[in-house]
Design a protein. Structure first.
Length: 158
């Protein structure tokens, strides 16, 4: 079934073993917890720690410490956006962009190897359907943000 397959894929992509494979393929020495944040900062542009934590599904204080580590490594910088002096956004540095691109290229090589026995039509179909699923899931998440809160238990008796 699809949910089981997706849970397996997500579990593998989130596993330390897969992270080690990717880092080894990229030839990058970086804490496993940091490179997904680096990739998101690169993709999103300047982003607040709160938004980054939300995107990554991690606790704000954890992400704040991890961004500080990325900053200490010279991979991200902190800037204050013009519109809000209270927010300090994380933005990618040239060195960070280079590392992010190296990781992305390694990820691409790994997926090419993984799918090498698939037909071109199957690879295109997988990409098309995965993109569609991601868009639909994003829409569902956006709709849930605008929905009234779900009431549980005795509160539902009304």
């Amino acid at each position: 079934m699809l949910p089981r397959a997706l849970m397996t894929i997500v579990g593998m992509l989130n596993s330390p073993r897969y992270d080690d494979i990717l880092l080894r393929e990229a030839g990058v020495s970086l804490d496993r917890a940091l490179f997904p944040l680096l990739a998101r900062i690169d993709a999103l542009g300047p982003v607040s720690v709160a938004d980054l934590a939300d995107q990554a599904g991690r606790d704000h204080s954890t992400v704040s410490r991890q961004v500080a580590k990325l900053q200490a490594l010279g991979l991200v910088a902190r800037q204050t956006p013009a519109g809000d002096q209270r927010v300090r956004a994380a933005c990618i540095t040239p060195r960070g962009r280079e590392v992010a691109r190296t990781l992305a290229a390694a990820r691409e090589r790994l997926f090419r190897r993984l799918l090498r026995d698939w037909t071109e039509a199957d690879r295109r179909a997988l990409t098309r359907l995965a993109d569609r699923l991601a868009e639909d899931m994003a829409r569902l998440g956006a709709e849930a943000l605008n929905a009234p809160p779900v009431r549980h238990g005795a509160d539902n008796a009304g």
